[in-house]
Design a protein around this ligand. Sequence first.
Ligand code: 9MR
Length: 358
Amino acid sequence: MGANAIPSPGTRWRRALVAGALGALGVTTALSVPVPADAAASTLGAAAAQSGRYFGTAISAGKLGDSAYTTIANREFNMVTAENEMKIDATEPNQNQFNFTNADRIYNWAVQNGKQVRGHTLAWYSQQPGWMQSLSGSALRQAMINHINGVMAHYKGKIPYWDVVNEAFDDSTGGRRDSNLQRTGNDWIEVAFRTARAADPAAKLCYNDYNIDNWSWAKTQGVYNMVKDFKSRGVPIDCVGLQGHFNSGSPYPSNYRTTLQNFAALGVDVAITELDVEGASATTYANIVNDCLAVSRCVGITVWGVRDSDSWRSSQTPLLFDGNGNKKAAYTSVLNALNSATPNPTPTPTPTPTPTPT
Ligand code: 9MR
């Protein structure tokens, strides 16, 4: 909890003044205008911490030598996701030869600067090394298990949230995405989660995907039904990551809060894990933040890069800082939304999970 969670006397005094002025004008409605306060936090991470949440960014190891980049990243964010460096091709380039050089550069930079790290990602159809792409059947299944064990052992007890499985659902049908992992058998996802639980019982285990924001979309329903099934059968899952890559083809939906609430009601944390918004509308960014703040189990928000020039979709200028590192209007609206949050509802994370015997 940040030191600024409780409004200072000065804040309350200004509120009373505004209320008095409105009263003199005959305005009697409840006052809900956010009042800029000296209690407000001045960075995204500190502002999110006021309600027990985090605000994170994707980080690239190759940019850690860019001081303009690290200055902003260090100042503003208190959670870090490796944009590519913890993926399968990076951490196990040859079968059973693990390489954590770049992953550790990011991990160490984060921890040395007082930040936590979200693990991304252990089992995914994409960014598989060549040797894994050529496997199938039980050999691939065993390689997936071995990969999860190898990476999670390296970071055991150090990563609060792992994206165990990424993007396993089909975009249009709401069924499973066809992939070499899927062809090993429909139980591959639960095997991945059970393996992950045993490998690091302290980590919260997430399913992460895009286009699961709109409650009425088939893909959202498909993932929801999988999580519901897992919870009912005791398959260990603790969180759902909604990536949040919003653009004209996949716009921020008005029912987003409903989606977050419905996932959370299954008994998992939710997080916005890779947020970017085409054009970076300040209003849309504020709406997204307010939706997370309205859901007690929405534990934090991560934007997918620091400056527009760092984005995988840089031409869409979807982030909070421009290419020169200047704060954009969306930055201010996000900061204000975070600062307007009451300390409650605070996230109520899942209890430390107990390993489920396989
Ligand atoms: O931002 C990442 C980009 O640098 C990589 O080239 C790409 C390769 O697949 O992955 C991007 O990150 C993705 C993330 O890992 C999973 N969700 C979608 C992200 C954007 O493609």
